[in-house]
Design a protein around this ligand. Structure first.
Ligand SMILES: [Zn+2]
Length: 281
């Protein structure tokens, strides 16, 4: 049964506008995506004071922590929301790094209504690029492509205005620094990074390859290698190399994402999280 589902059919652009409105008013919305037929689904986020609303209460996932990882160039909070088992296998999900590729927000919205499997310490980070998310731009407010700014294989690329401008130096941006500090502290066993809109997942090798293949199968995304392009200073590559045995991969969503696809992705996150947890037990 579908209850409130205002996210249904929302496109990237509409979603971005919605987020702008939410940031502007300083409030987060009640239940953008919610289906009452799953025991793990919650009708409202725990922090929004649902008491004075008419909300069908299901099961609320406990928000263990809201952490501000740092601030953007324009001073916006980079927020992380923690659910599941404190001290369990840390899993990190990043909805947005390229501000104009924000379909991942629909997935992080769903994740925030789900109780992770036991043993998973889940960190949901809707956007590491809040300025770009608000402005609907790829880069941050310095026009730096944050996914070329990480200090692994960093090379200078272009200048402000170039779409893949890598910044003045490796790890120069406050958003990059905030993510680095967080990853070094939390040591995610797995990081999942959403992008658009190539509609694919790149295959990997070994255990990570199996994780990627499983995720691709569950979400019906083709598992194909990206050809062409020059990928330097990439966040996921830095992240998985910053942690011993760290895993990380990019999910390229399509141009739009339906709410049922968002749910498929959120459930795939939980499946691969369990695989990673199982491999460490
Ligand atoms: Zn991207």
């Amino acid at each position: 049964m579908r209850t409130v589902d205002i996210a249904l059919g929302i496109t990237r652009t509409r979603r971005a506008r919605l987020l702008v409105a939410l940031i502007a008013t300083g409030t987060f919305l009640a239940t953008p995506v919610s289906e009452a037929d799953s025991a793990t689904v919650v009708a409202a986020r725990p922090e929004i004071g649902a008491a004075d609303r008419q909300v069908p209460v299901v099961v609320e996932p406990t928000l263990l922590e809201r952490r501000v990882l740092g601030r953007s160039v324009e001073g916006r909070d980079i927020e992380a929301f923690r659910y599941g088992t404190k001290g369990g296998t840390p899993i990190m999900v990043i909805g947005v790094i390229h501000g104009d590729e924000d379909a991942g927000l629909l997935i992080t919205d769903v994740l925030r209504t789900m109780t992770p499997p036991t043993g998973i310490d889940l960190w949901v980070i809707p956007t590491v690029n809040p300025d770009g998310t608000v402005a609907d731009t790829r880069g941050n407010a310095n026009r730096v492509d944050l996914n070329r700014n990480f200090p692994r294989g960093w090379v200078p690329q272009g200048e402000p205005g170039y779409w893949q401008y890598a910044g003045p130096s490796a790890g120069s941006e406050p958003e990059t620094k905030a993510v680095m500090k967080f990853v070094r502290e939390v040591k995610p066993a797995l990081g999942i990074w959403y992008h658009q809109d190539l509609n694919m997942i790149s295959p990997g090798s070994g255990f990570e390859g199996r994780i990627r293949a499983r995720y691709a199968k569950l979400t019906e995304l083709p598992l194909v290698r990206i050809t062409g392009g020059r990928y330097t200073g990439v966040a996921a590559t830095w992240q998985r190399n910053a942690v011993p045995q760290g895993l990380g991969f990019v999910v390229e969503l399509g141009p739009t994402l339906t709410s049922s696809q968002a749910r498929m992705h959120a459930e795939a996150v939980m499946v691969v999280a369990r695989m990673v947890h199982g491999s460490r037990a």
